[in-house]
Design a binder for this molecule. Structure first.
Ligand code: SF4
Ligand code: SF4
Length: 375
């Protein structure tokens, strides 16, 4: 296991962190997964008030494993709220659930809208409570997680109020690349969330993607893409049992620069996309926004790129069906809401027939609606 400095927190984190979102519903499973993760060198554990009994189960697992408190780094997350008393109560509950007298990192969970940012920056906000708790030693570092857009995340970082960021970023979605550069400039620790699940359902890749990635696996390549980036501190690993730790952690020492064979393989992926999609490929420039119907055009066409270009249909359907079902966690309407007003057409440098491609995406990927795992 390699370890990296977590920005200005000065913590030294394992390059893989165990996220407890998927093992938080079964105490034995959580204990066994945490125990194995520690044995394999993971020292950072991420949970949230919103993830079942993750804090309670993790607290009792720590007691049973009998590892010194200072060897373990705990991150928990609180949803942004308007009443500071709520977060003060949440913090006391977390300390009690975890059976610890301090929490290393507390993140405001899901700063996804400008209203959330406003909530945090007003006088006597939930952030004020956390800052006070930091002074008294109950927590050590404050950060945030986000599914927001580039402008919002940039504004958050520039407040200079945070020491780390939990961010979405993976090979198949690199829109947050400038945020990684900015985070580096502000010396924030960077924690990449859901790189495999939201990053492409890479545990169950399509046959086409698997073939293109030979001699590597899609999972391996995505991890190498992330581990080779020195702007990234640590990657979330959402194992639900000890066995699911094994494959990812077999890569945990491979954090050097990309090899020429890996770079060639990424190029093969890009070639397959271009060859298959031809003149229908969305370049993800986002210039078509805003759409008067609030359709998330770039995301829908990104999913279509991957579904049509790489046969990642399961992933495309999984993500498409989250639209209109996850509130501010995943903004925008589905393609069937297009009124064919034509506003987006002159803005698209690729001259895509956006209404037609949206209709096509809807018929390919729409199905019964899905909800977020922890809703
Ligand atoms: S044509 Fe459809 S997608 Fe384009 S701006 Fe109008 S409603 Fe939005
Ligand atoms: S403007 Fe065109 S190429 Fe750019 S994101 Fe929108 S649809 Fe894709």
């Amino acid at each position: 296991m390699k370890y990296r400095r977590f920005g200005k927190t000065e913590l030294n984190l394992s390059v893989f962190s165990l996220g407890l979102m998927r093992c938080c519903y079964n105490e034995t499973q959580l204990f066994e997964t945490v125990d194995k993760a520690i044995a394999l060198g993971i020292n950072h554990f991420e949970m949230a008030k919103a993830y079942g009994k993750s804090e309670q189960y993790f607290g009792s697992a720590l007691k049973q494993i009998e590892i010194p408190r200072e060897k373990i780094i705990i991150t928990t997350k609180f949803l942004p709220v308007s009443e500071p008393e709520t977060i003060a109560k949440s913090l006391e509950e977390s300390l009690s659930n975890l059976q610890v007298d301090y929490i290393d990192c507390v993140a405001i969970h899901g700063i996804n809208t400008w209203e959330h940012l406003e909530l945090l920056t007003k006088e006597n906000s939930c952030l004020t409570v956390l800052q006070q708790a930091k002074k008294t030693g109950k927590i050590r570092h404050i950060g945030f997680s986000t599914h927001g857009d580039l402008d919002l995340i940039t504004a958050m970082i520039k407040t200079n109020l945070f020491e780390f960021i939990n961010l979405h970023y993976y090979y198949f979605w690199q829109r947050n690349a400038p945020i990684l550069d900015l985070a580096q400039k502000y010396d924030l620790g960077t924690f990449i969330i859901s790189p495999v699940d939201k990053g492409g359902l890479l545990y169950q890749p399509s046959a086409k993607l698997t073939n293109i990635c030979q001699p590597f696996t899609p999972l391996y390549l995505n991890y190498r893409f992330l581990l080779s980036d020195r702007n990234i501190s640590t990657l979330s690993l959402g194992a639900s049992n000890p066995q699911e730790l094994i494959t990812p952690l077999s890569i945990a020492d491979e954090d050097g620069e990309l090899t020429s064979l890996e770079i060639e393989t990424f190029q093969k992926i890009e070639n397959a996309l271009t060859d298959t999609l031809k003149t229908d490929q969305c370049s993800q420039c986002h210039l078509c926004l805003p759409c008067p119907e609030n359709i998330n055009i770039p995301e829908i066409l990104r999913l279509r790129n991957l579904g049509v270009g790489l046969e990642m249909n399961e992933y495309a359907s999984y993500r498409y069906q989250m639209l209109e079902n996850a509130g501010h966690w995943f903004w925008g309407k589905k393609g069937d809401k297009c009124t064919q007003c034509g506003d987006c057409l002159p803005k698209c440098p690729e001259k895509l027939d956006i209404p037609q491609l949206l209709a096509d995406s809807h018929s390919r990927y729409n199905g019964s609606s899905r909800r977020r795992l922890w809703d």
